[in-house]
Design a protein around this ligand. Structure first.
Ligand SMILES: *[C@@H]1O[C@H](CO)[C@@H](O)[C@H](O)[C@H]1NC(C)=O
Length: 374
């Protein structure tokens, strides 16, 4: 997954809609659409002076909220231009994805290419042909709603920073869950070990290796972890957000071990059954709508299935949103690695049912060794 992030945006704060210029502000939960976004949605081409004034105001709030400063006036002016483009994009996303809320986020001064190159990090879109397939599980009697967060299998949301290391966070998240299921203990595992030490390659594709901030793939990270013996604790091998360090893996400090891992078939009931039985799952997704996502259930009418981001599937709900004149629809709950100030306290909700944004295409399950008995 391409999880590279370009600018240092470690300091992130709440956003919801960044303030609004008029009294008709949005509600604190972000459920109201920002009047500016609505204005742009309603066909404003941005040429009108009102848009510019509003955009300037939003940019001021954005800089303050996310503690942005730019090196030169040129850079500042350029970022303001990008920001205006992103306001228009957020408006387009709002139109295409009415069950979610889109607006200003910490990524609003980044071009789509910068965003892709620095905050994502899924490298390969293809699994090795020899990937083990998960056994088909019974799907009757699955709970209507399910959430591993409530069962204590999910660590707090982490932040990959400006490094395309999403794949390492997806990997640790899945192993943290599996380790919890195997041992009853929740521990936070080291992404930095994967970033520094995992250079596992796809034997069938020259040059396709896990490579720190330049991206990687969860399945090869499971393979690395199996071969290396396991992962260390976050506190023993802390995250730095760069890949310029050497590997400092210490075998005597292994905290969690992979028993086996497999790929789940492209079937939403199988994905749900594997989630319930085996713990949180490493999944790939197309992240284009995530750059402007504020909250709600994302269910865009059109979304590319080109996978560029690695995240963690932690649960699902049966009735999250209702399109006009339709029954409530089910959704997946996804843990992201952009800090708690992104999305819904760091989480993303996306609709189930039609492989939206490729979310069902590359799903991996991992099992951990029960280290209690060792
Ligand atoms: C994977 O490992 C777990 C835990 O050791 C074990 O229960 C399970 O049977 C294994 N699955 C496969 C397919 O080998």
């Amino acid at each position: 997954m391409d999880c590279r992030i370009a600018y240092s945006l470690f300091v992130i704060s709440h956003f919801l809609f960044v303030g609004v210029i008029t009294a008709e502000t949005f509600s604190a939960d972000g459920s109201e659409v920002d009047p500016l976004i609505r204005q742009v949605t309603n066909g404003d081409d941005g040429a009108d002076p009102q848009f510019l004034t509003a955009a300037e105001h939003h940019f001021l709030l954005f800089k303050k909220r996310f503690k942005k400063s730019y090196g030169s006036q040129e850079e500042h002016d350029y970022r303001f231009k990008v920001f205006q483009d992103n306001l228009r994009r957020a408006a387009r996303h709002q139109k295409l994805d009415p069950s979610a809320t889109h607006g200003v986020t910490q990524f609003s001064d980044l071009t789509p290419a910068e965003f892709r190159n620095t905050y994502l990090g899924l490298r390969r879109l293809r699994l090795p042909d020899d990937a083990t397939e998960a056994p088909i599980l019974p799907t009757d009697n699955l709970p209507e709603d399910f959430d591993w967060r409530e069962k204590g299998a999910v660590t707090p949301v982490k932040n990959q920073g400006s490094c395309g290391s999403c794949w390492s966070f997806s990997t640790t998240g899945a192993l943290e869950g599996a380790h919890f299921l195997a041992t009853g203990k929740l521990v936070s595992l080291s992404e930095q070990q994967l970033v520094d030490c995992d250079h596992e390659c796809d034997p069938e594709e020259a040059g396709a290796c896990d490579s720190g901030c330049n991206g990687g793939l969860m399945n090869s990270a499971f393979e690395y972890t199996l071969k290396a013996g396991g992962l260390m604790l976050e506190e023993d091998y802390p995250y730095t957000g760069t890949d310029r360090g050497t590997c400092k893996f210490d075998k005597t400090k292994i905290a969690a071990k992979v028993a086996n891992f497999s790929v789940v078939s492209l079937d939403e009931d199988q994905i749900a059954a594997n989630l319930v039985k085996n713990g949180p799952l490493a999944v790939a997704i197309n992240a284009v709508f995530m750059q402007t996502y504020i909250g709600g259930v994302s269910c865009p009418y059109i979304c590319s299935k080109r996978l560029d981001h690695g995240v963690l599937l932690v649960g699902y709900g049966s009735a999250g949103y209702a399109p006009i004149r339709m029954k409530d629809k089910p959704y997946w709950v996804i843990k992201n690695s952009w800090g708690e100030t992104w999305g819904e306290n760091g989480f993303y909700k996306i609709c189930r049912g039609r492989n939206i944004c490729g979310v069902d295409s590359l799903v991996s399950s991992v099992a951990a060794v029960n280290t209690n008995s060792q």
